[in-house]
Ligand binder design. Structure first.
Ligand SMILES: O=C(O)CCC(=O)C(=O)O
Ligand SMILES: [Fe+2]
Length: 362
């Protein structure tokens, strides 16, 4: 994964945090264009928000088969109709969630010079987009998200680039390490039960999170923005890996998911982790599980911080619909390709605001 990027990054942008401090109107390149909008109304009712499934991961490994079956049924409907759910009983201690949020905040609060030590473009080199930065700019007319990020490879362990793991705030490295181990266990439970639901071999999806498979942590920092009506925190997108586990901000909402043509707010549930299916599981499940479009809106008064863990299949692995899920009535919906080919495709299309998975269809 230590690939250097040969993309032209000559167009540099400021960190959003600096723009926000000056309180200026967002510059034109942050203003979304008509083509970036998905023409869907926002559903502001809490009824739909509160119908986003809540799954107790602990019950999925419970000894009572009745409880387990009930939770599995809920998981099935979460994955097939929403592609997103709130995970409780995930085994990550509440104190660790708080510590991770606190360290993330302390990192973004550091002076710019300190954060720049971990810059994506440090020394003019790009380490597969790892480090502190924001959207990679590939064209002059690209619309930029109102967020700064710290993006780090946390697995495979021997590929971690500790030069980009902040030394301050103290304890950052240990906390991220601990958090990544705990969320890995949650990811395994989810992936195992996904295979069960599709009557596939138990490890069919768990292997996607094997020791050699990459996991990335992305700390998202969304400063206040004077024009939430015009500027996205993250534009509408689907994630490109296998699954994503997000620790959302404890106090500030912002994440929305597209469901049946409407944007639905993902509500804050204390200590819950938001889990979403990403494109490569949609492909492998032959479209049974949905990789949902989601976006983050900005807030005029408050900053928001989230931490996303992306579980990504190993570069060399072939991704294709499971043969067991292909039949005369359900033909193969997606082409077979290497995970790294998909990753490249994802990168090229998503940066231009397009859905990569549409280019993988048969
Ligand atoms: O900030 C959030 O809640 C979600 C972030 C997200 O969608 C992402 O990092 O891909
Ligand atoms: Fe996302």
């Amino acid at each position: 994964m230590e690939r250097t990027h040969d993309q032209d990054v000559s167009v540099q942008v400021k960190h959003v945090q600096e723009l926000s401090i000056n309180g200026v109107e967002p510059p034109p390149r942050y203003i979304r264009k008509e083509k970036d909008n998905i023409d869907a109304p926002i559903n502001t009712t809490t009824t739909l928000s509160s119908s986003i499934p809540i799954i107790d991961l602990h019950l999925l490994s419970s000894s009572s088969s009745q409880e387990k079956e009930k939770e599995l049924e809920k998981l099935k409907s979460a994955l097939t109709s929403w592609g997103i759910f709130q995970a409780i009983g995930h085994g990550v201690p509440s104190t660790l969630l708080d510590e991770l949020q606190r360290t993330a905040k302390e990192f973004f609060d550091l002076p710019m010079e300190e954060k720049h030590k971990y810059s994506i473009n440090f020394d003019g080199k790009q380490d597969w987009l790892q480090g502190y930065g924001n959207d990679l700019i590939v064209s002059e007319d690209q619309v930029i998200d109102w967020s700064d990020r710290l993006y780090l490879l946390v697995k495979p362990l021997d590929q971690r680039n500790y030069k980009l793991w902040p030394q301050y705030p103290t304890g950052f490295r240990e906390i991220l390490n601990e958090y990544s181990m705990k969320t890995h266990q949650a990811a395994e439970i989810i992936l195992k039960n996904m295979a069960k639901l599709l009557v596939l071999e138990e490890n069919y999806f768990v292997d996607l999170a094997a020791d050699n498979a990459p996991t990335f942590a992305r700390f998202n920092y969304y400063p206040p923005c004077s024009r939430p009506d015009l500027v996205y925190g993250i534009k509408p997108h689907a994630d490109g890996g296998a699954i994503t586990i997000v620790l959302p901000d404890k106090e500030v909402e912002g994440l929305q998911v597209l469901k049946d043509g409407q944007w639905i707010k993902v509500p804050i549930i204390p200590d819950a982790l938001v889990v979403n299916v990403a494109d490569q599981i949609e492909i492998m499940s032959n479209g049974e599980f949905k990789s949902p479009m989601h976006r983050v809106i900005t807030n005029s008064e408050k900053q928001r911080i989230s931490v996303a863990m992306f579980y990504v299949p190993e570069a060399e692995k072939y991704i294709a619909p499971a043969p067991e899920l292909i039949s005369e009535i359900k033909p193969m919906l997606f082409k077979k390709m290497k995970a790294e080919e998909y990753a490249d495709m994802y990168f090229q299309h998503s940066i231009r605001g397009k859905r990569a998975i549409d280019f993988a269809r048969v």
